[in-house]
Design a protein around this ligand. Structure first.
Ligand code: NAG
Length: 294
């Protein structure tokens, strides 16, 4: 009626999903109550047993954008802008006794993912997508948990899961800090653990996947010449990158990069008692240029 394009999240009509949907609506209503300008949830309704939540329409997720841009990393400057916004948003949740629990690149959306093509001679395709705006929003509050609520023992998506969650030591807001540390390093490296990498790791351990299985898959992009679409070069590179100490990922010794890695090492601290809080992270020197602008 308003001629406005929106996004509608349609939940499966099973009890389990209804519960997640109701919990998400409760959280979104609370966020709305705390922050009057928040336009994340516009409405919700039930249709044939499905709970449907109406959101403002946003752009691609940071994951989709990286994927479509050949997993080209974001620059340190871009990371500064994106990370500052995400940390501010999640810090708002933390101040209000909420933990998101499922922070990952799929749940961080560009408000608008329009881009310009720029020439980059290092790329096979020669063209790099440069975003016009770096504004992002955090989404998916289906598993967000209030301090007073029951804390599920297993939360987060595996790659972003904090050690205290894996070790079942109990968790609080700090597990979001860990997840964000993982997200930021992923933006810096531009690589993600996708399913193909997962299959390549299986091959490393178990030998090649039989060609007849690869032939049957509908996921044709995993396959090249009847083999997993993966070259040793990349594979070794991946394992080497995956296994080295954090600081060795630094590509230059520039001051801004040193600050970024100092922040990351504070976020990826095993001991929750020593891990930086997001409130503290906002005051980290890495964000000084942005605080001065604001
Ligand atoms: C989370 O738990 C740890 C360990 O009990 C504690 O040191 C920390 O202050 C807690 N963080 C928050 C935000 O409550």
């Amino acid at each position: 009626r308003s001629n406005e394009h929106v996004a509608v999240k349609i939940m499966r009509n099973t009890d389990c999903f209804c519960e997640v949907a109701r919990s998400e609506i409760t959280v979104l209503e609370e966020i709305k109550r705390l922050d009057d300008d928040n336009r994340l949830m516009l409405d919700w309704f039930e249709h044939k047993g499905h709970i449907c939540i109406v959101f403002e329409l946003l752009g691609l997720s940071t994951f989709e954008f990286l994927q479509q841009n050949e997993f080209l990393p974001f620059s340190v400057e871009q990371i500064r802008h994106v990370a500052f916004q995400i940390i501010k948003a999640v810090c708002f949740l933390h101040r209000n006794k909420l933990t998101h629990t499922d922070l990952k690149p799929e749940n961080i959306l560009f408000v608008c993912s329009d881009y310009d093509l720029e020439y980059n001679e290092d790329l096979v395709r020669c063209e790099e997508r440069k975003l016009r705006s770096l504004d992002v929003k955090v989404v998916d509050f289906g598993t967000a948990t209030f301090d007073h609520e029951h804390h599920e023992s297993l939360v987060s998506t595996r790659y972003y899961r904090a050690p205290e969650v894996i070790l079942d030591l109990g968790w609080n807001q700090s597990c979001d800090v860990w997840s964000l540390g993982c997200v930021i390093i992923e933006f810096y490296l531009g690589r993600t653990h996708d399913s193909k990498e997962h299959l390549a790791m299986m091959e490393r351990v178990l030998g090649p996947i039989p060609p007849h299985l690869l032939k049957q898959t509908r996921k044709k992009h995993y396959v090249h010449n009847e083999c997993l679409n993966w070259d040793e070069q990349n594979h070794d590179d991946y394992i080497r990158k995956y296994c080295q100490p954090l600081k060795l990922y630094m590509q230059t010794q520039k001051e801004e990069e040193r600050q970024l890695f100092d922040l990351l090492s504070c976020m990826l601290e095993y001991d929750v008692c020593k891990r930086i809080t997001l409130e503290e992270a906002l005051w980290h020197p890495f964000f000084t240029p942005l605080r001065m602008q604001n």
